[in-house]
Design a binder for this molecule. Structure first.
Ligand code: 13P
Length: 256
């Protein structure tokens, strides 16, 4: 069984004061039996502040982005070996918000995937369709194209132990998540597609869901067999919500 992942993507939110309060409350709210890995991906400048207050060794550090270069004259960028140096084990790439606001393209995402793997950081590859593509029934095609973007350049083996997060663009920061049964069908389709190329690798991949996850819809999502965890934005900024979702994960996934 794949050990579930609960990932908190803070996006451009947080402050030193918020972090002290957040980490304190989160650690107080959790018991010792999570049945999942908890990954916090704050704005990179706050990684060290989080580390200072982390007592709980089961909370893992993540990042929201990485540069395509390893070092050199690239003002403003953070490289994979710097992330590794700071103890980051997971990094989000291909997020819709980076594609749209920072003009990241498929080529950038391939390079980021590759450089993370070379530095032993697990990529969290975001995929997903927009509203129009959903209406036109193109969800599967769009998602497979985004995965093939990686496979066709880097080979199927690169996907071993990776994380793919299905985040339909229309569900990000909206009022409702995708339908859990539809997500299950899609995830099953994606895993089968990868299994056709390499069955062992398909079993190692974590398929997460992201997009308006909250304490009300987490249970229905997590009880789906092929949803191996959640990538959460807004709701995870509140430590009470995040610990509640972790507890739901505990209940749901240990029962499977
Ligand atoms: P929300 O949970 O705020 O919809 O954000 C989802 C997301 O983009 C996580 O990466």
């Amino acid at each position: 069984m794949r050990y579930p992942l609960i990932i908190s993507n803070w996006k451009a939110n947080g402050s030193k004061t918020m972090i002290i309060d957040f980490i304190h409350k989160l650690q107080n709210n959790l018991n010792n039996n999570y049945a999942c890995n908890i990954i916090i991906a704050p704005p990179i400048i706050y990684l060290d502040v989080i580390k200072q207050y982390l007592i709980n060794k089961d909370i893992i550090l993540g990042a929201q982005n990485v540069d395509i270069h390893i070092s050199g004259s690239f003002t403003g960028e953070i490289s994979a070996n710097m992330l590794k140096d700071m103890g980051v084990l997971y990094t989000i790439i291909g997020h819709y918000e980076r594609r749209i606001h920072h003009k990241e393209n498929n080529e950038d995402i391939i390079k980021k995937f590759d450089i993370l793997k070379k530095n032993h950081i697990t990529p969290i590859l975001c995929i997903g369709e927009n509203k129009e593509e959903k209406i036109q029934n193109k969800t599967k095609t769009v998602c497979i194209q985004q995965i093939n973007n990686i496979i066709n350049t880097l080979g199927i083996e690169i996907l071993k132990n990776s994380v793919i997060a299905y985040e339909p663009i229309w569900a990000i920061g909206s009022t409702s998540s995708a339908n859990p049964n539809e997500v299950q069908t899609l995830h099953n389709f994606i895993r089968s597609y990868i299994a056709q190329q390499n069955i062992e690798i398909a079993e190692t991949i974590h398929l997460l869901y992201g997009g308006s996850v909250n304490t009300n819809n987490a249970y229905e999502l997590l009880r789906q067999k092929d949803i191996d965890g959640l990538l959460i934005g807004k709701a995870s900024l509140d430590p009470k919500n995040l610990s509640e979702i972790i507890k739901i994960t505990q209940k749901t996934k240990t029962r499977n």
